[in-house]
Write a protein that binds this ligand. Structure first.
Ligand code: DON
Length: 571
């Protein structure tokens, strides 16, 4: 694999020589057997920042597994890529444990505080108050990330939590040079950061974003990470850190209580698993909408003879499947602990048959014609990483603080930047969120409830090949991951999957968002003739993919070439 040095995204694929303990197990030839008993003998990580990837590699070299490495990567991203994820946010992960084939979805999503009040997100005239939804403590859900890291380490890791958090603590304490993405994010949100003294103190240097080459330390976050390392889950959710979080939030007009933090729990859920063209896709269930939508789309496409269609017709069927899946997203989905969802129906092949039949072979279906019930382009403000270790353990993690730098609110004395995930609820009926998504009562805000997410960390398991895949991108996460899965199943390698041009439809607004160059002139003409309105869009996600070819036992890792950040590096 070769990487262009101009990529400032990070990709690092480590070929860890199998130690003696593993040498005996390492197959001389790639066996044509279930991946359960197979081991790649080396490891690969693709993340959004080379310091985070290095942290994962460091922990693997200390004898950790993919899950310890995930803790190291996520916690380091919290320090070096705070615009995308962090201790004040939450994550969703799909993992597969090699020793017993256990597949599980780890839900470390934020929850609404008990005192959530939908009126707080309205102006006096009843119009949506977008500032409350997106900036400051009212926009922040109770974080899930620290609990998720402690959970992963305790239940799936081999090393103590303190060992896996050590690289993040060191980076926060000793400092690092913020990359251009972080510097730009700080410049973009400088006006909001200035509203909160602890945020300005943490992120602004002389009132401005740090200059290139600045050595940047984060001593408060180093201390919070150290407490988490020593005390585990309770270190964040009870005691000194929890008290500081609550008092900072309440002093700035928020409504968190210590009971909200003490009551936070990680949830393990059964992933959605769907067969498609000889592969099994293992992906995120509610409270993500991603897996349901991906499964619905694949079920619709399964009955289309794609090989017999020209390019424009294939795209047409994919768009129509996206449209129908997002219609259902808006109508039905929310936190499974709070709402009953017709998942059996949505995931059923018979339901997909009906939807497929409603697709006209040569014409777009206007969304207004489908019975049911303007978007902002999200930047790369969420992060995804993928890991496969030498034993074949694998994990796909998508982590977020929602919008760039989340709520921009840092809780004084903790170094913790809070998310603005409350905007992922359907806060005001009939009004879209920052990604243009609509929702129903199923996604209305209620204390203790998880807000619906599009995060779609996924595994694609085949007899001969496996992929670990995911991306940020707000509502486009779902369609980007879907297109990545289809590309992998079509035989593309990791670099081609992340580089592939993208398109997106989310039911409303009724248009196809297109990346420049995704369709040639003939396809564009044909799609327009069918009635599609094509809408140029940028940016597009930040996909990080690891693939494993079981026949050669080769691992490959690739990072999205669209996002300049850090240094490209392959070992
Ligand atoms: O959970 C979600 O769906 C969103 N909070 C993700 C936000 C995101 O991907 C922003 N990045 N572009």
């Amino acid at each position: 694999m070769s990487l262009s040095p101009r990529w400032r995204v990070v990709l690092l694929s480590l070929l860890l020589t199998a130690g003696p303990a593993f040498a005996a197990d390492r197959p001389a030839q790639a066996p044509a057997v279930a991946s359960k008993v197979q081991k790649p003998g080396h490891a690969a990580i693709a993340s959004a920042n080379f310091l985070a990837t290095n942290a994962g590699l460091e922990v693997l070299a200390k004898g950790g597994n993919a899950f310890d490495a995930a803790v190291a990567v996520a916690s380091t991203l919290s320090v070096v890529e705070p615009e995308s994820s962090g201790l004040g946010g939450g994550f969703m992960a799909v993992l597969r444990r090699a020793s017993d084939g256990r597949e599980v979805f780890i839900d470390a999503r934020e929850v609404a505080p008990a005192a959530v009040d939908p009126k707080d997100y309205l102006n006096p005239d009843g119009s949506p108050n977008r500032d409350a939804a997106l900036v400051g403590p009212l926009s922040a859900g109770i974080p899930g990330e620290p609990a998720g890291l402690a959970w992963l380490s305790e239940h799936y890791g081999k090393l103590p939590l303190a060992t896996s958090l050590a690289p993040a603590i060191r980076t926060a304490r000793d400092g690092f040079e913020p990359d251009s993405r972080l510097r730009h994010a700080i410049a973009e949100r400088a006006d909001d950061l200035r509203r909160w003294p602890a945020s300005a103190a943490k992120y602004l240097v002389g009132g401005k974003a740090p200059a290139e080459g600045t050595l940047w330390r984060d001593p408060d976050q180093a201390r919070t990470l150290q407490i988490l390392a020593r005390q585990g889950h309770e270190g964040f959710y009870q005691g000194e850190v929890a008290k500081k979080l609550v008092s900072a939030v309440r002093a700035a007009g928020g409504n968190w209580t210590e009971a909200d933090l003490a009551g936070y729990r990680v949830k393990e859920r059964a992933p959605i698993s769907i067969d498609y063209r000889g592969y099994r896709v293992v992906t995120a269930p509610p409270p993500s909408s991603g897996g349901v939508a991906i499964a619905e789309i694949l079920n619709i496409l399964r009955g289309v003879e794609m090989d017999k269609l020209d390019h424009a017709q294939r795209v047409h069927y994919v768009i129509e499947a996206m449209r129908r899946a997002f219609r259902d997203h808006n109508d039905y989905l929310g936190d499974p602990d709070f709402v009953k969802m017709p998942l059996d129906m949505l995931l059923s092949p018979f339901y997909a048959d009906g939807l497929r039949q409603s697709i006209l072979p040569d014409q777009a279906t206007p969304s207004s014609m489908l019975p049911t019930s303007g978007a902002h382009d999200p930047g790369p403000h969420t992060t995804h990483f993928s890991i496969i270790d030498k034993d074949g353990n694998m994990i796909a993690v998508t982590s977020t603080v929602n919008y760039t730098l989340g709520s921009t609110f840092v809780a004084a004395g903790t170094g913790v930047l809070l998310n603005d995930e409350m905007d992922d609820f359907a806060l005001v009926p009939g009004k879209p969120n920052v990604y243009g998504l609509l929702g129903s009562k199923a996604n209305a805000p209620v204390g203790g409830k998880r807000m619906l997410s599009s995060m779609s960390p996924s595994l694609v398991l085949g007899r001969d090949r496996t992929a670990v895949i995911g991306s940020p991108g707000g509502s486009t996460i779902i369609t980007q991951v879907l297109e990545g899965i289809l590309a992998f199943i079509d035989g593309k390698d990791a670099s081609a999957i992340v580089a592939q041009k993208r398109f997106h439809h989310q039911f409303l607004p009724d248009r196809v968002d297109v990346e420049e160059g995704v369709f040639d002139a003939a396809t564009t003409r044909e799609l327009e003739r069918m009635g599609y309105s094509l809408h140029p869009r940028s940016p597009w996600g930040f996909m990080n993919v690891v693939t494993w070819d079981h026949r050669s036992n080769a691992l490959d890792a690739a990072s999205d070439p669209r996002r300049p950040s850090g240094l490209g590096k392959v070992q």
